[in-house]
Design a protein around this ligand. Structure first.
Ligand SMILES: Cc1ncc(COP(=O)(O)O)c(C=O)c1O
Length: 183
């Protein structure tokens, strides 16, 4: 990999905890050896702390120093900081969430394929798929039934839908509502 000398490469690894094997997908080891790479991580996904607005970055020392100088004071609050520290140690919660998401992702992919949806490979806690009908119409109909998915037209992918893996009940509700719409 070659990076222009004046460039800094920032990699958003918000969903990296769901990827497997981690070493294959994470750029952390490369970043640690580089003076111009930054890795961003969040507590909003695997750790379930989106409401607390806590994340962190792994920076080369000189860049961390600049960021520290320009960072707003009190950018995270004490509660968020304590919760993040506790979350890092809570391996049972992490494992349970990971298992739920991986099982749910497999279930959703399988059920979507049975309904003739084209499912794209995912290493995150969501799936992208092409329904066998107009994606915009499918989105609207799901919405009317109380199921919110993400149409991807703002990315220029108006034929695709993104769905987040939820709890077992949420996943089943989504599948049964989608089945009702497609049939
Ligand atoms: C691609 C991506 N990066 C980063 C984030 C960061 O999340 P947060 O601002 O909650 O830390 C999100 C959250 O939805 C995301 O989808």
């Amino acid at each position: 990999m070659s990076l222009p000398e004046t460039a800094i490469l920032v990699i958003d690894e918000a969903y990296i905890d769901f990827a497997s094997p981690l070493d294959k997908f994470s750029s952390l080891q490369t970043a640690l050896k580089s003076e111009r790479m930054v890795i961003l991580r969040t507590f909003s996904k695997l750790f379930g702390l989106a409401g607390l607005r806590v994340g962190f970055g792994i920076f080369p020392r000189f860049l961390a120093d600049y960021v520290r100088r320009v960072r707003l004071p009190f950018s995270i609050n004490v509660l968020g900081e304590k919760a993040a520290q506790a979350a890092l140690k809570d391996s049972m919660f992490k494992q349970a969430t990971l298992e739920l998401v991986l099982r749910g992702r497999q279930y959703l992919a399988h059920e979507l394929e049975i309904m003739d949806c084209e499912v794209y490979p995912s290493q995150a806690n969501f799936l992208m798929f092409k329904p066998p009908a107009d994606a915009r119409v499918v989105f609207e109909k799901l919405l009317a039934r109380g199921v919110i998915v993400r149409p991807l037209n703002s990315y220029g992918l108006s034929h695709l839908i993104r769905v987040s893996v939820g709890t077992e009940t949420e996943n089943k509700t989504f599948i049964s509502e989608l089945r009702a719409i497609l049939h």
